[in-house]
Design a protein around this ligand. Sequence first.
Ligand code: BGC
Length: 444
Amino acid sequence: MNYQFPSDFFFGVSNAANQVEDNLEDNWLRFSRQNKLRCFQDVPAKSDRIRFWSEPQVELDLAQDLGVQVFRLSLAWERLVPRKGEWSEEAAQRYVEILRDIKSRGMKVMLTLFHHSIPTWMEDEGGWVHSTSVDDFKFFSQKSLEHFGELVDFWITLNEPVPWSYLTYQEGLFPPGKKGSLLSHFRALKHMAQSHNDFFTMVKKIKGAPVGIAHHMGLHQGRGFFNHWFSKLSDYLAHWQFLDRIDHHMDFFGINYYGAEWMTPAGPAQYEDLDFSDAGRAICPIGLYKLLHRIHQKFPELPIIITENGVGDGTDQVRPAYLMEHLMAVLEAIKDKIPVIGYVHWTLSDNLEWSDGYGPKFGLVEVERANQLKRRPRESYLLYQGIIKLKGFSTELRKEAWETYKSIQGKTRPYWRSADGKQGLDQALQRKTPENQDWRFPRN
Ligand code: BGC
């Protein structure tokens, strides 16, 4: 084996409740019914998502066959706390069954409390912007700790608080869909940070499982003098400012990494000479390596987990190289003595991609929505399975994946983003895969 991971390194897959669970009356469904989520319309079985609530075994069988050691999932807050201050024992019981099932298959549980969705009653009270959100989260998280604590191996309090709050309260792309103000965004972040810290303290008191967050980080860069300096500012605001608030309140650091953000004051640019995932993220494995170094410098005592990494790619011609080049970045960081202890891929099966609807396909497994959600494992499912089994891969396999990617250069493939990069689409555009682009690690 040419590229080998340490024997105690773990691999995983991740999903989130509101992207995969059926029978869920949440703020995303409400948003779509209000006609505010164009690309969530006219989709067969749209409110079934992928039926992870009523048929979790379909996904768990796939995860078990894949051989992952960790299964990351989240709780639907709306379901567990259907009204303010009211806990649903029935929903909690069902989650206990699902978590037990995961454990009985020999996988560890990584459980996220908040992943891109709040209850509708909370949204109507002002969501995370309102100071009562801190108590609302305390109620939800304390009850979750009591009910699920024994079954959890890793707690994640918040998934990507910064982009979520920005897209919700500033851009209005996420429910409730009101364009807000930066002030609301910063107020929301203050309440989220406090909530994270409270939960951390709560878990320490009972000596529970390790607690961290899943922090979204992209490699912020800028073309030209102005954008270059602007990207330094956006890097600080998007990444480090929030972390200062939760310093000393993490047992591990979780990074969600998808690629580079080419910053301009109008938002990330989409340059034609660079390649992007079908969800509009610039592919850049070296960015992960660079960020791992910076995280380690800031928190030298913390183990790091890649809590998400993956690519929107319905063709599955990009994913094999994407996967391996990012794993190369992780391996190189480990060689540099950075304590990266695990890699969790986003995601197992195609699911609801938030404001992008069912357009972008992030799954190792394809889901035929018009055919009773039938699953079809993609080639990269088998590839990841092999990597997990051997805890590594060969140069030949890496080369093969790159050849596959090269074969689509110069050809078009589906792209689910509007020209300004902000909106999801009902119908994919076709975008040319740039020729002669070499984003293999360690280039770029
Ligand atoms: C989110 C996931 C999402 C993924 C792919 C992350 O930002 O945590 O929920 O599906 O990216 O876009």
